[in-house]
Design a protein around this ligand. Structure first.
Ligand code: NAD
Length: 367
């Protein structure tokens, strides 16, 4: 493995989201995409050809490429931990899509394997590193809302089967509105307010089956195995509160992420995006005011790039496995609370990471 120059990367999982990663990672000069893998080798070959990537094949075959330093794991949640462990055992750092694993014990096993081998784990989402949420963080740190008090989250829709051609995995263990969309909101909140100490929740499921809405499988019925409407109160270690709703049972639809303080409230951008708008409103304002945002809007893969650069310079990367594990702990505790009732303590903690400098440029060659 080279210890200088661009960091070699291989993608495992050439499905729906892989195009966004390939489109971006092949344009960032500090990483070099060397291979694409999938259990469906033809799919991997097609993705590799489309983005000018030299090699493709099975996951095992790309783990054997010596110059691959980071494996980017874009498989479905059910195999996130298994693929991560295989990559680590092959001596590769891993950066995975969310959630880190299906359950906290599997997530801890991934982090333990990495620690034992002196390897890194990174985890999506990296949207919180985008201009929108980073500018919100700078606004909070500059005191624009006074002292934070509480956050409000509403992620409400009828679910992804209207647009995703293969949506059954959104309704099994590891997904549902909480595990699929929760990481965007919870990661943004943890990056702004620090770790969550305790949660209390309710959960329900309005339908036991759903129907594929587009693509070759349109009209096919599939089972719903997870709660599809989750409400949770969060208590942060620093004392702040949040009331949150994650729903695929909401006909009206809503996306809201607000952070109220003693002086003003921030309305943050959709945390599944990298840009704005970022709005603020104080009691003196008749309308929301838009704040300027600064930073990168390059899109999915900036967390991989931050990890690659951190690998070369020996500093901590931001979209870390530890952050992914904390978010997974919060989500698992929300489900435990919905089952058992009452407030439940969240195991584990997570250290704060530095904000991304506003001038951080993914298109600059620094290595
Ligand atoms: N689709 C989106 O808009 C979106 C957005 C953000 C994040 N994500 C996350 O990205 C991940 C993938 O989502 P997707 O929509 O691309 O799913 P997908 O089903 O379209 O693609 C997953 C791919 O992984 C492959 N795969 C499955 N098991 C494998 C294994 N053991 N080894 C190698 N390859 C394997 C499948 O063959 C498939 O090509 C999920 O964790 C999801 O939460 C998806």
């Amino acid at each position: 493995m080279s210890a200088s120059g661009p960091v070699g990367v291989a993608l495992v999982g050439a499905g729906n989201i892989s195009g966004q990663y390939l489109g971006n990672l092949t344009k960032f000069p500090d990483v070099k995409v060397l291979a694409v893998a999938d259990i469906d080798e033809a799919r991997a070959a097609q993705a590799a050809a489309e983005y000018g990537v030299e090699a493709s094949g099975t996951p095992e075959s790309v783990f054997e490429i010596p110059d691959v330093e980071i494996v980017v794991n874009l498989t479905v949640p059910a195999v996130h931990a298994q693929v991560a462990l295989e990559a680590l055992r092959a001596g590769k750092h891993v950066y995975g899509e969310k959630p880190l694993a299906l359950d906290p014990a599997s997530g801890r096993a991934v982090l333990a394997e990495a620690a034992e081998r002196g390897l890194r784990v990174g985890n999506a989402p990296d949207t919180f590193l985008g201009a929108g949420i980073q500018s919100a963080r700078r606004a909070v740190e500059a005191g624009l809302i006074g002292e934070p008090v509480a956050a409000t989250v509403a992620l409400e829709s009828m679910g992804p089967e209207g647009w995703h051609p293969n949506p059954a995995f959104f309704y099994v263990d590891g997904a549902g509105p909480l595990f699929d969309m929760g990481p965007y909101y919870l990661t943004a909140l943890v990056s702004l307010l620090g770790p969550v100490a305790a949660v209390a929740a309710t959960a329900r499921r309005a339908r036991t089956t759903r129907v594929v809405g587009s693509g070759p499988l349109a009209g096919t019925e599939f089972p719903v195995e997870v709660p599809t409407h989750v409400t949770a109160l969060l208590e942060f270690a620093a004392g702040y509160g949040a009331n949150t709703t994650f729903s695929f049972d909401s006909p009206a639809g809503k996306r809201l992420l607000e952070l109220g303080g003693t002086e003003a409230t921030l309305a943050l951008p959709d945390p599944n995006t990298f840009g704005g708008p970022l709005l603020i409103r104080s009691p003196r304002d008749e309308e929301w005011r838009e704040l300027p945002i600064e930073g990168t809007e390059a899109g999915r893969g900036i967390g991989v790039l931050d990890m690659a650069r951190a690998l070369r310079s020996g500093v901590a990367h931001r979209a870390s496995g530890e952050l992914g594990l904390h978010v997974l702990d919060v989500m698992a505790t929300i489900i435990a609370s919905a089952d058992a009732g009452g407030f439940q303590k969240v195991a584990g903690e997570v250290a704060a990471t530095d904000a991304l400098p506003a001038s951080w440029d993914p298109y600059e060659a620094t290595l």
